[in-house]
Ligand binder design. Sequence first.
Ligand code: ADP
Length: 236
Amino acid sequence: MIKINNLHKSYKKNKVLKGLNLTFDHKGILALLGPNGSGKTTLLKCILGLIIPDEGQILFQGKNIKSEFKYRTEIGYLPQIAQFPENLTGNELIDLMRNIKPRTNRAEELIKLFNLENELDKKMGNLSGGNKQKINIVIAMMSDDPFLILDEPSTGLDPLSIRKLKALLTEEKNRGKMIIVTTHIMDLAEDLADKVLFMLDGKIRYNGGMMELLDQEEEDSLENAIANLLENKKKV
Ligand code: ADP
């Protein structure tokens, strides 16, 4: 369980997180949604300990992450922009990560799923955007962590790979993982997620079930429901 109390973060005068209170405690897929600049990545980086908040607390399994760094080995993270060395090959990178994380056992399976066998001897810098992203997904998911944080996982992927990603995440959800996904593709969020956290201007605008959101907004698509939240209007 991840519990967040009164989280604030500013970059100079730009207040990005404005007192968030949240509990992530469900096994399943939560879609973290919101317009560009609403603070999603900042929130995820705070959870991962990559950004220190100005105020507030984050508890992971009851312990304050400030004093407990080991929790990170339980989270698989796919950053929005992965910063791996471009001169390493996919194989070298995967080997490197195998040595860093203790429970690496799914790399082969994921390489096969995304048909990456012939791409792994190429330098990361020479790969297509889509194949680079697939290797980043392999790295994020190969250690079979109970928690997954995926920031825009479908970036650059072709439709078949997106279908495979969806099936993979659904399978992981059914294996009892807690998964947080950000995406700007509403169809993907709607297909995958059972819960929605919608952020607007550094605050939480909606936090609840996908179906409940559609019911609340009297819409039959997530895209329309989110558009309503953005317009701050409800049907009468
Ligand atoms: P989102 O993921 O929802 O697009 P971000 O958390 O990336 O939002 O960004 C929220 C705001 O914080 C934006 O205005 C962005 O410009 C700003 N921001 C993000 N990272 C930094 C940084 N390292 N330094 C200064 N401003 C930043």
